[in-house]
Design a protein around this ligand. Structure first.
Ligand SMILES: NC(=O)c1ccc[n+]([C@@H]2O[C@H](COP(=O)([O-])OP(=O)(O)OC[C@H]3O[C@@H](n4cnc5c(N)ncnc54)[C@H](OP(=O)(O)O)[C@@H]3O)[C@@H](O)[C@H]2O)c1
Length: 329
């Protein structure tokens, strides 16, 4: 299948190309697209150099799939152009996620929502994906009432410029700033931009997208997004209040048998998930599973995953695999 990757030179786009290769997605022709400044650059796919083209040229090539990771503005402007030509767009940006008619998909959870003829499919935010992967199996049985979330997010979540900022700071080089503050030896409670209600856009995504993916608008969510100087993946401390009381061993069984989720939870051996172990892996790791003694029917989890893999590239390729297997293109 002819497949375009829009944003092919970026943090997510480069991993997308790697994941297409690794998972042996049946790409007959890869069309890497990026901004005008990258047109003509070469990227490697299956051992061969492929030239980066403009987004306009990628539209005209009429690929079966166009996987986007080039920011919300590019998705807003170009996804409809691909869709008009019959291409299925799988979009990593936030632009289309909350449109009612656009499916927001984590394949292990809600691929049933995709219909034949859908032309824009949204890939959720990285922090949301890893959280709902751990929550979906326990929500189905015990029904989640409320979530209190704090994230500890990797700089890779802000793209190549943010990683460069951290590396420059570590090397003592004055370079371009991706954040408002130094990130090395620091952390800040700021992801995305601030809304009028003092929450950030990244915090709002965790609220809205969780409800949409779990198909339950009654779940109450409050969150604090924090950026920390690591590259391996995002970590999350999640406190859950259930409607019904739960059995802790059953909770562990439900989470541990959910596809794509691994429990790593041996406190006596100092074993718990960390970005250093999640890096370059596709699984979502869950540990520190324990009852919240301060309140009935409440549970604490620690969830870690590589935001560039399951949080972006792998999830998007899994959506394409599902649509290809079910002839939904
Ligand atoms: N990083 C994550 O964890 C993550 C997770 C989920 C979703 N996302 C989303 O994925 C997108 C990309 O993130 P990233 O981390 O890969 O960022 P990045 O490293 O900064 O890469 C951005 C990519 O978009 C391209 N681009 C920028 N402006 C463009 C334009 N006007 N037309 C065509 N291409 C353009 C860039 O091309 P040039 O190299 O030519 O500038 C580059 O390929 C964002 O929407 C982000 O929200 C990221």
């Amino acid at each position: 299948m002819k497949t375009a990757v829009v944003g092919a030179t970026g943090m997510v786009g480069q991993t997308m190309i790697k994941v297409l290769e690794e998972r042996n997605f049946p790409v007959t022709e890869l069309i890497p697209a990026a901004s005008e400044k990258s047109v003509g650059k070469e990227i490697m796919f299956r051992g061969k150099a492929v030239k980066v083209v403009s987004v306009k040229d990628a539209v005209e090539a009429k690929p079966v799939f166009a996987i986007f990771s080039a920011g919300a503005g590019t998705s807003r402007d170009w996804a409809p152009e691909f869709a008009k030509n019959g291409t299925v767009v799988i979009d990593n940006s936030s632009f289309w996620r909350m449109y009612d008619e656009v499916p927001l998909i984590v394949p292990e959870i809600n691929s049933h929502v995709i219909k034949k003829g859908d032309r824009i499919i949204a890939n959720p935010n990285c922090s949301t994906i890893q959280m709902v992967m751990a929550l979906a199996p326990i929500h189905r049985k015990y029904k989640i009432k409320r979530l209190v979330v704090a994230t500890y997010q990797s700089v890779t979540g802000t793209g190549v410029k943010a990683v460069a900022q951290m590396e420059n700071e570590r090397a003592g080089i004055k370079g371009e700033m991706a954040y408002a503050h130094p990130i090395d030896k620091n952390c800040f409670p700021h992801g995305g931009s601030f809304q009028a209600d003092a929450y950030t856009t990244e915090e709002q995504k965790l609220i809205d997208e969780t409800r949409k993916i779990l198909e339950d608008q009654t779940i109450m969510v409050t969150s604090t997004v924090v950026r920390i100087p690591v590259v391996g993946g995002h970590s999350e401390a999640v406190n859950i209040e259930f409607e019904n009381d739960y059995d802790i061993e059953d909770v562990k069984k439900l989470i541990g048998t959910f596809p794509g989720v691994v429990i790593y939870d041996n406190p006596s051996k100092n074993e718990y998930p960390m970005p250093i172990m999640a890096h370059n892996r596709d699984e979502v790791f869950v540990g520190r599973i324990r009852r919240d003694h301060s309140r009935e029917k409440c549970l604490n989890l620690w969830i870690v995953s590589d935001n560039i893999r399951k949080g972006a590239a792998t999830n998007a390729v899994q959506i394409a695999e599902y649509m290809a297997a079910n002839k939904l293109y």
